[in-house]
Every structure is written in C-alpha cells, then in structure tokens.
Write a protein that binds this ligand. Structure first.
Ligand code: SF4
Ligand code: SF4
Length: 429
C-alpha cells in the first residue's frame, strides 16, 4: 500500500502511543550504529537505531503501514540501549521502542505460534510459583539423564528454551549460600530493600540472598519486602504496558511501605524498570509522586558497596567483566563494579573486548529471537574465551544464564558468575 492509501486515522493512532516529538531528537548522524548489536551483525540500516527511528516516524506520518517487515525490524531490537549511550543528541530510544512495541502488540495480528509463545512467556515468567511447577518435569528429565535428548527432540524453539536453563540440580546445590562470619546486621545502618524479581526467585535466588548478605556486611540494614511482584520489564519488552503498570503499582506501594533509603536488585533489568516507574506511572494521579521518589532511590549493589568501603580478603584469580546492558546503558554504571573487583587483593582484572555489547539475553529476547540471540552469545563467548579468565563476572541473571549456556555448550573453562555470588565467594576467601 502506498502513502496515499494509508488512513490518517492509522497514523494518528500511532502518534497516540509513540511520542512523535521525541522522534525529532534524532539528527541522523549515525554515531549509534556501531554500538547497535543488531546493526553490527546484520549491517542493515533498518536494523539500526537510526533505521528503526525512521520506521517509527514513517508509521506516525502515515508513510508506511504496519506490515510484516516493519514489525520484524522492531522485533529484532534487543532494547539494550547501547544506542542511548552512543547518541550525542540524547535520543530516548528505549522509551520510543517500548512505545512502538505497545502499538505493535495492540495492532499487529501475529501468527498462532508466535502468539502462543508470547502468551506462554507472559503467563509463566512473572509468576515464580508457576515457573517452579513447570521446572519439575525438567528436573525429572535431568535426574534420568534425558535432558540432552529432550533438548534435541523438542519441537520448534522449545529445545532452545530448555538449553538455556542451567543444570537444575547443580543450581540448587549452589543456592545453599553459607554466610561468612563478618555478615552481621547493623540495626542503625541505612535501610535498603532488595527487590527479588520473578524468574530470579526460582533460578538465581542465591544472587538475591548474597546481595542482601553483602549489604549487611557493608553496614546496611536490609528490610524485606512483604510482597514482591515482577518489575514489569518482561511486559514492557513484549508491548504489554497495562500489565507492567499493574505490577509497578504493587511494587511502588510495597517499596513505599518498606520506607528505605535505597532500592537494589540483583537484576539490572529490574533496577532500570523500577528506576523508570516515574515515567510509567506519570499519569497515575494516586501514585505518580510515590513512583518518582521510588525511582530516585534505585542504586546498584556495586555503588553501595563502594560507598561503604567494604574490604575483602585475598582471593587470587583472573577475572573479566561483562557489562549488562541495562546496568551500563540504563543506570549508567560502568566503573563501580570494576573498581570493586580491582579492590580484591590478588585478583587480576582483564578487560573484555566488546564488554558492553549485548550478549543476546535481553529480557525475553532469547526466547523469541533465538537465532540473533545465539549469534550474540557466540560472539560474547569468543571474546570471553580469549581472555583466559577463571571467571566472567556480571550483574544480571539473564546474562548469566545466556552466557553460561553458550560456555557450557563449548566446554569452556571460564565460569560465569554474578557479581553478588562472586563477592560472597571472595568474602569467604
Ligand atoms: S536498543 Fe540495542 S538493539 Fe535496539 S536499536 Fe538500540 S542499540 Fe540497537
Ligand atoms: S539516534 Fe542519536 S546517534 Fe543515532 S542517528 Fe539519531 S541522533 Fe545520531
């Protein structure tokens, strides 16, 4: 269909969801292109931030309709925000792509298989108890030694999903985190809450527990949340803004009730989602000012630990560090985890090539875009392996599972470990 045939009402409907004025911040300089993982891999303009902004503008001006190839280019975006860090014009690309996805979710008829896949992700992952029940058959398969067979035999993308899961028995063993002798709560320390996420409660709970223990060891008072909902990031990736708002409202009320000075998550994607409740709930008459104050309290574990001057015993090993996208590009935290690691006596920190290029995890991206996600995981693993490091440390459970699956597949010696678990290990010496 050419532009003359596209209804002005359709273009207006796009502008009702996508902030049209924000699109004009882009001056088409192209400085973001080499920071964009999908452009780096495909070399296609329409898989770059500039190309996708062009597509959003074409939709909003009625020069293009919402056809399959437009949706494809938008789907292929990881939402990693590498482009935001690179952009000299301050384009709010993350916000734009979330808005465009909300428009796509409401207006584009996806095929049955894709709808089923997206339904399964949104029906399972934000609910820890459902996920726990789903993992039972996987544990049974694993204990019978049949999991590799199932990964090969399952149809469609299900085998790929299964391969991303860590070995569950070993995982459970790792969850038994032994507190080190110096971890004593300080009743008068600054109050901090650790948001435990959703998937993380089941698959990476040691990361949550160790985050709390490290904060206590550093003199903070860790206050539990009475109720924890998914941060909403998964829904925002899938264009389901209304449910993200529902989750955000519960979290804002609970975080306000906790009455803390700082909010921490072991998942940097969750941290950024909470830091952006101020925008998500900006039209909510009851909660908008609470959302602003909650968002302003989000901190990263590394920043709080550096502020406290926590010290570590000697822990000789070689470490490289992967920047989780949302920590680096969403919260702007780059140097603090490196400084913290560098403060451990005996530790040698080796810089990773393309440390801030997305590993392909990106929320639920590695469940919907398996091929691109696998290409990025391979590229990340190549860069990790050449460092020869004993550990690759990172600050997001999604990256942890994604990179671990690829290194496991290759039989690489480097161990993938979350910063909280690594520091807990270092504390124990
Ligand atoms: S968010 Fe990431 S994948 Fe998407 S356009 Fe920006 S850099 Fe590229
Ligand atoms: S998004 Fe920013 S860096 Fe990329 S082309 Fe537009 S202005 Fe340039």
């Amino acid at each position: 269909m050419n532009a003359a045939q596209i209804s002005p009402a359709a273009a207006k409907a796009v502008r009702d969801v996508v902030d049209y004025e924000l699109l004009f911040d882009c001056v088409h300089c192209g400085l973001c292109l080499e920071a964009c993982p999908t452009y780096v891999l495909t070399r296609r303009e329409m898989d770059s931030p500039r190309g996708r902004i062009y597509l959003m503008k074409a939709l909003a001006e009625g020069r293009s309709e919402l056809e399959a190839d437009v949706v494809r280019h938008l789907d292929l975006c990881l939402g990693c925000r590498g482009c935001e860090t690179a952009c000299p014009s301050g384009v709010h690309y993350g916000r734009l792509v979330e808005q465009a996805r909300a428009y796509v979710a409401a207006n584009y008829p996806r095929g049955l298989v894709e709808r089923a896949r997206r339904w399964a992700i949104s029906a399972l992952f934000p609910y820890p108890q459902r996920l726990r029940r789903l993992l039972w058959p996987v544990k049974l398969l694993e204990s019978a030694g049949l999991r590799p067979l199932a990964e090969q035999a399952l149809p469609g993308k299900l085998g790929g999903w299964l391969a991303l899961l860590p070995p569950l028995a070993a995982r459970e063993h790792n969850q038994v985190a032994v507190p080190w002798p110096t971890a004593r709560p300080n009743a008068s320390g600054p109050a901090v809450v650790v948001h435990h996420g959703c998937v993380a409660q089941i698959l990476t709970d040691a990361e949550n527990q160790n985050t709390g223990r490290l904060l206590e060891a550093a003199g903070y008072r860790v206050v539990p949340m009475a109720r924890t909902e998914c941060c909403g990031a998964l829904d925002l990736h899938l264009g389901n803004v209304e449910r993200a708002r529902r989750f955000a409202r519960v979290n804002v009320r609970e975080l306000k009730r906790a009455g803390v000075e700082a909010i921490v998550s072991a998942g940097s994607g969750c941290s950024v989602a909470i830091a952006e409740y101020r925008e998500l709930l900006s039209e909510d008459p009851e909660l908008k000012s609470d959302a602003q104050s909650i968002s302003a309290k989000v901190r990263d574990l590394s920043t709080l630990l550096l502020d406290s001057r926590l010290t570590f015993p000697k822990f000789p090993c070689t470490v490289t560090y992967h920047d989780a996208c949302h920590l680096r590009h969403g919260l702007g935290v780059r140097d603090e985890p490196r400084k913290l690691l560098g403060s451990i006596p005996g530790l040698r920190l080796v810089e990773l090539q393309e440390a801030d290029l997305c590993c392909g995890s990106a929320g639920s991206y590695n469940l919907t875009e398996l091929e691109m996600a696998a290409d990025l995981a391979r590229r990340k693993a190549d860069n990790i392996i050449v460092t020869g490091a004993d550990y690759v440390v990172l600050s997001n459970p999604g990256c942890e599972l994604q990179i671990a699956a690829e290194l496991r597949r290759r039989g690489a010696k480097t161990k993938v470990i979350h910063l909280a678990n690594f520091l807990a290990r270092a504390m124990r010496g």
